[in-house]
Design a protein around this ligand. Structure first.
Ligand SMILES: NC(=O)c1ccc[n+]([C@@H]2O[C@H](COP(=O)([O-])OP(=O)(O)OC[C@H]3O[C@@H](n4cnc5c(N)ncnc54)[C@H](OP(=O)(O)O)[C@@H]3O)[C@@H](O)[C@H]2O)c1
Length: 223
């Protein structure tokens, strides 16, 4: 069975992708800070902070060592705080650091840790960016972190040419999870399961097909 590693798997999009990957026949590794270590024949929950290089590199080496391969890595863990550059609205600047480390270093560390294993398996890396990584969001540092993921995915894909590794940038619009700001509570939303189907679409293509970007928004979304 192919092995599918999900970061940010404890809830929201990561939980939905983990469930669909499991139903699709993968062995699924579910990683997040709050995960409690537990293993069954087809699932393995591993505590991991993606802002920690030691955590992420240990995650990948343990999985490849014990389960023999790493075929899909979904670098999905992320967090969001409101920000403003002109006023005290939103979180104070010292609280911005965790978001930048999680959203930028997280997928970068995950990619770096996973790439040797993915090159051995000719596997697939999927990174969760955002529709906010395409357009301007006034005063929004979260959006800037997702612009970083947009650039990261393309940089990784360019370096992977010739390795057989496929790289997909997933850019969801608003998804109905605990991760959305109160200010957008009444906007149209996707279900996390909608996003999971998009991820499974990308990773179920033949090895010769590399789906590089998926932008998926709820119908009627303005942004
Ligand atoms: N919801 C949306 O509208 C939307 C739209 C576009 C993109 N996204 C992106 O989609 C991804 C998932 O978001 P979501 O809406 O599903 O959020 P969520 O429901 O808040 O879930 C976030 C997940 O990330 C984990 N996580 C947070 N910080 C972590 C860290 N440092 N290390 C490891 N795991 C960490 C959380 O688990 P622990 O707390 O246990 O660590 C949780 O499993 C994020 O990258 C987000 O930016 C969301």
């Amino acid at each position: 069975m192919d092995v599918f590693v999900v970061t940010g798997a404890s809830r929201g999009i990561g939980a939905a992708v983990s469930a669909l990957a499991l139903a699709s026949g993968y062995r699924v590794v579910r990683a997040s800070r709050s995960c409690v270590e537990k293993v069954t024949d087809s699932t393995w929950d591993i505590p991991c902070d993606v802002a920690s290089w030691d955590d992420v590199s240990s995650l990948v080496s343990r999985v490849e060592g014990e389960w023999g391969s790493v075929n899909v890595v979904f670098a999905n863990a992320g967090t969001s705080v409101d920000t403003s550059f002109v006023s005290d609205a939103g979180a104070p600047p010292p609280e911005w650091t965790d978001m930048v480390l999680t959203n930028v270093c997280g997928p970068a560390f995950t990619a770096r840790a996973a790439m040797p294993a993915l090159m051995r398996s000719r596997g697939h890396l999927v990174l969760t960016g955002s529709a906010a990584g395409r357009g301007v969001r006034p005063g929004n540092l979260y959006s800037a972190t997702k612009w970083a993921v947009t650039g990261l995915a393309e940089a990784i894909r360019a370096e992977c040419v010739g390795t057989g590794v496929r790289v997909t940038l997933l850019q969801p619009g608003l998804v109905d999870t605990g991760g959305i700001p109160a200010s957008r509570a009444n906007d149209p939303k996707l279900d996390a399961a909608d996003v999971a189907r998009a991820v499974l679409y990308a990773v179920s293509q033949p090895p010769s097909v590399d789906v590089n970007e998926i932008l998926v928004r709820p119908t009627g979304a303005a942004r």
